[in-house]
Design a protein around this ligand. Structure first.
Ligand SMILES: NC(=O)c1ccc[n+]([C@@H]2O[C@H](COP(=O)([O-])OP(=O)(O)OC[C@H]3O[C@@H](n4cnc5c(N)ncnc54)[C@H](OP(=O)(O)O)[C@@H]3O)[C@@H](O)[C@H]2O)c1
Length: 327
């Protein structure tokens, strides 16, 4: 079992593999979800060595937080690390990103109510807005930390310059952004080095590239037009075939450990010194249970390099975010 990690400068300690819960109550993000399956995903995580749950207001407009809260209430709350996020303001009828200190304070209070808890372990500003000075937004979260309502301060989807501005007073503990073996742009931008040098934890999202890095996809895959995967750049040729070739190079490493490709890829993130907690999402409890076992898998230095080298083509190019077309 790999060691628990400390989040930034805070006293939050988490196991290094968490659960991404955008498919728990995230009816606005995925079709055909049901509440009971969502609760089972969270319960499977907490019963199998996962203790960090990554949710957000925007996953089901509060519903993911409610379902997470239902399950947390049946477990030992103090052993669980709840991470949630806010910044989406629907008060005008359409979504506006809002980092105003008053708005963020109100969002934290509403998340506490929906989760049914009296503190949140990690609160992320989900997206930066255009107007609010970043350090002022973070200052509002620092005040909430002093009041005991949150324990660690996070930023999500901020550029490196925005992170630097937000961290002017040194209050930021953790950054969550898209990063996977297929999307390593932050290495080129220097973001991960900055975070490492300033003791800010990094949590990559989309670690399995929405399932593509589990090795379950075949060459001739076709998705209906209303399936989000039909729009994801990673599923478009010629990039798609290049990805499958890279994934094939992971298979012998997985076999040597009697593990799946997903577990092997997750183990690679767990051993990457620039990554703090990896938060794969799941649609089925069986996926959560399988993914949790990655915490028992140790890659040799040579195996770590085999995987890193397999994805070299995605390291030195601007691969873009997964929902944008690749260059
Ligand atoms: N901060 C942000 O702005 C932001 C943005 C996006 C996501 N996130 C967070 O990051 C988390 C992870 O992102 P994600 O869930 O969208 O993508 P992901 O972790 O890259 O992929 C998860 C998907 O892969 C498939 N999968 C997972 N484990 C599997 C297994 N063992 N075998 C086969 N398939 C498996 C499942 O989809 P299928 O079964 O449908 O293939 C699952 O929903 C989210 O839940 C959320 O908490 C944050």
């Amino acid at each position: 079992m790999v060691k628990a990690v400390k989040i930034g400068h805070s006293d939050v300690i988490a196991n290094p593999l968490g659960l991404g819960t955008n498919a728990v109550g995230g009816y606005n993000l995925f079709p055909n979800l049901n509440d009971e399956d969502g609760r089972q995903l969270v319960d499977a995580a907490l019963s199998n060595g996962i203790n960090l749950l990554d949710t957000a207001y925007v996953y089901g407009l509060g519903h993911s937080e409610e379902l997470v809260g239902d399950v947390v209430a049946k477990h030992d709350r103090d052993k669980i690390v709840i991470a949630t996020k806010g910044a989406q303001d629907f008060s005008t009828g359409e979504q506006v990103i809002n980092n105003d200190p008053k708005f963020l304070t109100d969002q934290v209070n509403k998340s506490l109510e929906r989760l049914g808890v009296d503190y949140i372990d990690i609160y992320y500003i989900h997206f930066p807005d255009h107007d609010t000075p970043k350090a002022e937004a973070v200052g509002a979260l620092q005040k909430l930390r002093e009041e005991g309502k949150i324990r660690a301060i996070g930023l999500s989807n901020f550029s490196l310059d925005q992170i630097k501005e937000a961290n002017a007073d040194g209050y930021v503990d953790v950054v969550e952004d898209e990063f996977s073996l297929l999307h390593q742009d932050h290495l080129n931008e220097g973001m991960l080095d900055y975070l490492h040098d300033h003791q800010i934890s990094f949590v990559p999202y989309f670690p399995l590239a929405s399932g593509l890095l589990t090795g379950k996809y075949e060459r001739d895959v076709k998705f209906p037009a209303d399936d989000i995967r039909s729009q994801i750049a990673d599923f478009k040729e010629p990039r798609y075939s290049t990805i499958l070739e890279a994934v094939d190079k992971v298979r012998p490493v997985a076999s040597a450990h009697n593990a799946t490709v997903a577990q092997t890829i997750l183990a690679w993130y767990l051993q990457n010194p620039l990554i703090s907690v990896v938060i794969p999402g799941a649609k089925k409890a069986s996926q959560v249970i399988a993914n949790a076992k990655a915490m028992d898998l140790t890659l040799t230095t040579e195996e770590y390099s085999i995987i890193e080298n397999a994805f070299e083509p995605f390291k030195n190019t601007q691969s873009g975010k997964s929902l944008k077309d690749p260059d």
